[in-house]
Ligand binder design. Structure first.
Ligand code: S3P
Length: 442
């Protein structure tokens, strides 16, 4: 019989997961490589690029701004930078918060104007968090309402002066937008951030020849960046995405008898909060062959089925695992005891309100939990105790879809998610890869 809902998917228990899986390139680094390549003089060659919906949206926008972005083979892309010009049409970023927010910063820095649009998820996400700080570099904008929802038009200013900006949101996107804006301002700008977030922009800007230095300050850092600068093209080798690896990783931990290998995963310390947390929960994750490639630490993960136990996950760890809370909540459901996930306010402004979406998914599958302010407490039901049987609304959120499919791989009854199309925004290979490991998705 044909599936009456072709975009829904049901995951059910099957045998152990076994084998070696090739995770695609990191989304954050892929996005930045296209944007910086588009701004730079010369030809940027990228290998291992993530070829997902979000990255395609950014590539389309960077083309519309004047650069040439071409695919030369699987994961092999060439970006020929050019002076950016105000595009005639709105830039459509689809589902991509990162692409749109970083390009807003770059548009401000280039002193041009552009209109930004996106899908139903993206147009409900706040852009004021990026646009208000960009005023320090002379940018103005028009958006919808106090949160500056899309459609948003950004007007960069020419000949702006360097600025000192304090980033109050624990967001790498906001920091990165400011750094890209500072590229066009005259003098040394200082971007201060009280919380350390992923540092791919700082590292890659240095690789593209920006004059940038980072100094620790309290629990955060201050970045000094000098403008105006013309970036120089360089080669970018994209490491594999730890946020995508998280899904097969947790699946192997909760499906009895599993043992899988995930080679060449990026282990940048600002991205490894999930692994750290799972190890504290008793996960059998071995990291072998640690090395540095293209400026990033990488390693091979060997993951075995494990009996997990509930722990306290401090709010201070949130930036290093911000995209991993949905899948961590699933791991917590299969643990013994309660797992307390603290300080999740940023989850409310992701592709969906992830705190609500996770709570709903847990409820629909019989997992007791409570939300206390911005904390989520998941009452673990043990490795065989998660009832499942729910139909989970994913709210156009790829990570909600993959998280609850993972739950269904080990719960008593199958778990259905209403829509898997959004998975292609970050991990188009997900279903095939999971089936190759032995998962049943129907
Ligand atoms: C990203 C930063 C994070 C993360 C997003 C990617 C980036 O967002 O959730 O998926 O590439 O800079 P915030 O910086 O808003 O927390």
């Amino acid at each position: 019989m044909q599936n009456p809902h072709p975009t829904s998917r049901r995951a059910r228990r099957a045998g152990p997961l076994k084998g070696r899986a090739t995770i695609p390139g990191d989304k954050s680094i892929s996005q930045r490589a296209i944007i910086l390549g588009g701004l730079a003089e010369g030809e940027t060659r990228i290998s291992g690029l993530l070829e997902s919906g979000d990255v395609q949206s950014t590539a389309g926008a960077v083309r519309a701004l004047g650069a040439s972005v071409t695919r030369e083979g699987p994961g092999a892309w060439r970006v020929a930078g050019a002076p950016w010009m105000s595009p005639h049409q709105p830039l459509d970023f689809g589902n991509s918060g990162t692409g749109s927010r970083l390009v807003m910063g770059a548009v401000a820095g280039q002193g041009i104007s552009a209109t930004f649009i996106g899908d139903a998820s993206l147009i409900s996400r706040p852009m004021a968090r990026v646009l208000d700080p960009l005023k320090a570099f002379g940018a103005t904008y028009e958006g919808q309402g106090p949160k500056a929802l899309m459609p948003v038009t950004v007007h960069g200013a020419k000949g702006t002066k360097a600025a000192d900006v304090v980033v109050t949101t624990a967001s790498a996107q906001v920091k990165s937008a400011l750094l890209l804006a500072a590229l066009g301002a005259e003098g040394v700008s200082h971007i201060r951030q009280a919380t350390l977030t992923r540092d791919h922009s700082e590292k890659m800007l240095a690789g593209f020849g920006a004059k940038i230095s980072v100094t620790p300050e309290g629990s955060g850092q201050v970045i000094a960046i000098e403008g105006p600068v013309k970036l120089k093209a360089c080669a970018v080798e994209v490491p594999r995405d730890p946020s995508s690896a998280a899904f097969p990783l947790v699946a192997a931990l909760i499906v009895p008898g599993s043992e899988i290998e995930l080679p060449n995963i990026m282990l940048n310390p600002r991205r490894t909060g999930l692994i750290e947390t799972l190890l504290e929960m008793g996960a059998r994750i071995e990291i072998v062959n640690r090395r540095v490639t293209g400026g990033e630490e990488i390693g091979d993960l060997v993951v075995r089925h494990s009996q997990l136990r509930g722990i306290e996950v401090p709010a201070s760890r949130a930036p290093s695992m911000i995209d991993e809370y949905p899948i961590l909540s699933v791991a917590a459901a299969f643990a013994t005891g309660t797992t307390a996930l603290r300080g999740l306010e940023e989850l409310r402004v992701k592709e969906s309100d992830r705190l609500e979406a996770v709570a709903r998914g847990l409820k629909l599958n019989g997992v007791p939990h409570t939300i206390e302010s911005d904390d989520l407490l998941v009452q673990g039901m043990g490795q065989d105790g998660v009832p499942g049987g729910g139909m989970v609304p994913t709210h156009m959120d790829h990570r909600i879809a993959m998280s609850f499919l993972t739950m269904g791989m080990a719960s008593q009854l199958p778990v259905t998610v209403d829509d898997v199309t959004m998975i292609a925004t970050s991990f188009p290979e997900y279903e095939g890869l999971m089936r190759d490991l032995g998962a049943v998705l129907e």
